[in-house]
Design a protein around this ligand. Sequence first.
Ligand SMILES: *Cc1c(COP(=O)(O)O)cnc(C)c1O
Length: 390
Amino acid sequence: MTLAIDGGTPRYAGGWPTWPPPATEAQRRLLDEVVGSGKWGSTHGPVNDRLAAAFAEYCDVRAAVPVANGTMTLVVALLALGVQPGDEVIIPSYTFVACATATALIGAVPVLVDVDPTTAHLTAETAAAGLSERTRAIMAVHLAGSPCDLNPILALAAERGIPVIEDAAQAHGAEYEGRRVGGIGTCGSFSFQSSKAMTAGEGGMLTSSDQALADVMWSYANVGRDRGGAWYGHPRLGLNLRLTELQAALLLPWLDDIDGQIEQRHRFVTALDAALAGSGAQRLAEPAGTTRNSHHLAMIDLDPGRIGVDKAWVMQALAAEGVPSGEGYPGLHAMPAVQSVARCLPCPATEALNRSVLWLFQSMLMADGSVATRTGEIIRAVLADPRARA
Ligand SMILES: *Cc1c(COP(=O)(O)O)cnc(C)c1O
């Protein structure tokens, strides 16, 4: 059968779910309540406090602190942990730029290290390669919904006496060895930006089981105030990084739906794995210790044997068939703007992943299993074309 890129009929015309899903009754009701109350800011309204308590419970941590977005959560975490200008922070190269931006913003030096070639995640080995006497923190990014193999990373950090920030912006609800991410390291950082598993358009949350640290994080996100302290007493210089009550009203009811949504994506990915078997493509492996993948993305390696693939052509051919995909991260170590502030190690695994891995987005994974099977068949058909291996 002719491929759609050559003028054939597209193999899938069913369309894809939108993200975010349509607002629920519970969201509309709470939003309406907040709008009617006139308490739109979290300094005067109660919904942020309810959201923080519910999110902390969901992550099984002592405390959660709402913050404007998942970039500033990282800034606040670094400030609260006492990371100083000139200090170094270990960051995997295969991640979103915010990890490096947040570090550079406080004058610290992002140290870009490579990732595991089969999982695309930071490992203790790749992190260790970036250590120096100036290392003051490790950012463990839970990529695409599956946690880093944290125990070896935590052991490495403990040897050095440095904190581990879990960047869980892509991993709400994911579990490592049966524990929810966000409270396994020193603190966790979440995003509620439009593409994430819970969203209010924008937003973020910090989590920690260290109450004293959470109090300092709260302070840095609340203009340097102490919680319960004087309104114009500012023991430290913080920023106004609060969420609004309107955002919290969209987020709080989401916690009732998120587990069902993760299960939905799990069903899609399970069917996709089955359909890809023997096709030459496969989903990237999950790091050891993953007991629950929240499936923010399906990262598909088109060329696990590294025999060569023309990813750009494959993506075009898939799009023509009705399957859009993303090209993924080019690697922070390769971005001139990041290079200008960072110390970059060689990242050959990141570069290989960039050549052969494409992403299917979370919204697509919300489609049902039959669509997953179809998607796998389409990937197989496209990869069977000789041009895919050029
Ligand atoms: C989305 C994301 C961020 C940044 O979050 P924003 O809310 O968009 O600022 C940080 N780290 C990772 C890994 C992300 O995916």
